[in-house]
Design a protein. Structure first.
Length: 497
């Protein structure tokens, strides 16, 4: 569609269903940036011939890595039609649509024209961010998590912008930051935490969560943090457009004065930038200036674990952290923040004073427990969080009802994929009982479903065992011990922080 001057205001495709973005692609590099003001910052203009985008990003990356104070003033031109095209093919083809209803297949029908039109609107400042479509998904604890589904074009531009920004920020982010970064998965964070607890002098653990972080993120502070490294006004205005686009829920538009929609492609990077300055750099300095014993940190998005050798350090850190977060409109969740005795000697000390077993804590889907090997040595045990396992089984039961009259082979293939997916994440050492229990309960739900779909069904346990052995994978540990994998992946370059 064009306006009275012949300018296009949107994609050239009919309006209908969209897409959901994947996670940003970045390069994991450890480092830290400056928190000083911008008045004395250096600036850097990145030139590109437009023909070799990867080399242009590589120059940005090298400049950012070599000088942590440099400020980049020319980045917007790196959001090219080629980068938008690559972002398009990275999207999920069957993802949910945004407010404009444009689907991946509809956009692809006139892809080159749409991309050229989008690049042109970006270049002349005519691009307008659309509000996110608000949906709610259930959480393991029964509550609902709000998600914002962006329009397809917003996803494309956000993915391209994230790729450019990651060239800078992946050189700044610290080693203990794992959330939403490439080749830094949940299991990498879990490995680092387990290695720290087992090899460092950890006696106390702070299990912390920031209350409603994605909804409370302060826009003004975020832009100030971005300006430490980004001097390109057009790119900053683009980010402001996404922050101010608002959300659509039940046909009503709501402005967003603070926060960033969970589910938007740009949100994870913005969240990491915010917490890099608010939490990561501050924690790094706190350890150097105030800690009297060893301190380890692992952060995944707004969830983080801090381990301490000394009780006094733990208490002081918690008090200082609350004060620090308060300055940036954040607070710790009172019900999800605990300081507990945990580690290699916790069980012995608590037994001496008759306090019972050490408390446990949950992190990234696992309950962490102080255990013992058969010969009495300390063993960090990790079990699937019970409510996560129960919630997943409820999903399986409900989905089986929808697949009630499918053939045995169709049901078996689907249930096999469910069990394999569960094992792919949870089949870690010391968790064999949880994955065995999951498979057993899936088998029982399948048996009940088969018996109930027909009064003539005569499926018994003998037949059920044969079906299970054919379609459901046998429970076994798939992941190596965390200390072994941590040593292999870091190769000594990145010690536990």
């Amino acid at each position: 569609m064009t306006d009275e001057h012949g300018k296009s205001d949107g994609p050239i495709v009919p309006r209908k269903p969209t897409n959901e973005a994947g996670q940003p692609a970045e390069e994991p590099v450890e480092g830290r940036g400056s928190t000083k003001g911008n008045s004395t910052s250096k600036t850097r203009t990145v030139l590109s011939d437009g023909k070799c985008a990867p080399s242009a990003l590589e120059r940005v990356r090298k400049a950012a890595k070599s000088d942590k104070t440099v400020k980049f003033t020319a980045l917007f031109h790196l959001i090219t039609s080629d980068r938008l095209r690559a972002a398009f093919f990275d999207l999920k083809k069957k993802a949910a649509p945004g407010v404009d209803g444009v689907t991946w297949s509809q956009y692809e029908a006139a892809l080159e024209d749409n991309l050229l039109d989008l690049a042109d609107r970006l270049a002349r400042g005519a691009y307008r961010a659309k509000p996110s479509r608000r949906v709610f998904i259930p959480k393991a604890d029964g509550r609902l998590r709000p998600l914002g589904i962006a329009s397809l074009e917003d996803k494309l531009v956000q993915r391209a912008a994230v790729e450019v920004l990651n060239a800078i920020y992946e050189t700044d982010f610290l080693g203990f930051s794992y959330g939403f970064r490439p080749r830094r998965s949940q299991h990498n964070a879990l490995d680092a935490l387990a290695t720290g607890i087992c090899t460092k002098k950890v006696n106390w653990v702070l299990d912390a969560d920031i209350r409603g972080f994605f909804d409370a993120l302060d826009h003004e502070w975020l832009l100030k943090f971005l300006e430490h490294r980004i001097g390109d006004k057009r790119l900053l205005r683009l980010i402001q457009k996404w922050l101010g686009a608002g959300v659509m829920e039940a046909g009503r538009w709501t402005a967003c004065e603070e926060g960033t929609p969970q589910g938007a492609t740009i949100s994870p990077l913005l969240a990491n930038v915010y917490l890099h300055y608010v939490f990561d750099l501050w924690t790094q300095q706190w350890r150097k200036r105030h800690a009297t014993g060893e301190v380890i940190v692992v952060r995944f998005a707004d969830d983080f674990i801090v381990g301490f050798e000394k009780w006094r350090d733990a208490q002081r850190f918690l008090g200082d952290l609350r004060e620090r977060l308060r300055k940036f409109a954040l607070e710790l969740h009172p019900d999800k923040t605990r300081l507990i005795e945990f580690g290699r000697f916790a069980a012995t000390r608590r037994r001496e004073v008759k306090k019972g077993r050490p408390e446990t804590f949950d992190f990234l889907g696992f309950t962490h427990i102080c255990g013992r090997t058969q010969d009495g040595r300390f063993l960090l045990m990790r079990h699937t969080i019970r409510r996560r396992l129960t919630a997943k089984l409820r999903e399986v039961k409900a989905e089986l009802r929808r697949r009630w009259h499918l053939s045995l082979s169709a049901q078996g293939k689907w249930l096999g994929s469910v069990v394999r997916g569960f094992n792919a994440y949870y089949a870690v050492p010391t968790n064999i009982h949880s994955i065995q229990a999951f498979r057993t309960q899936v088998e029982r739900h399948w048996l009940r479903a088969l018996r109930r779909r027909s009064q003539r069904d005569r499926t018994n346990w003998e037949r059920m065992r044969k079906l299970s052995s054919r379609w459901l994978p046998t429970p076994k540990i798939l992941h190596p011990w965390p200390t072994t994998r941590f040593a292999a992946t870091t190769r000594g370059r990145s010690p536990v922080r």
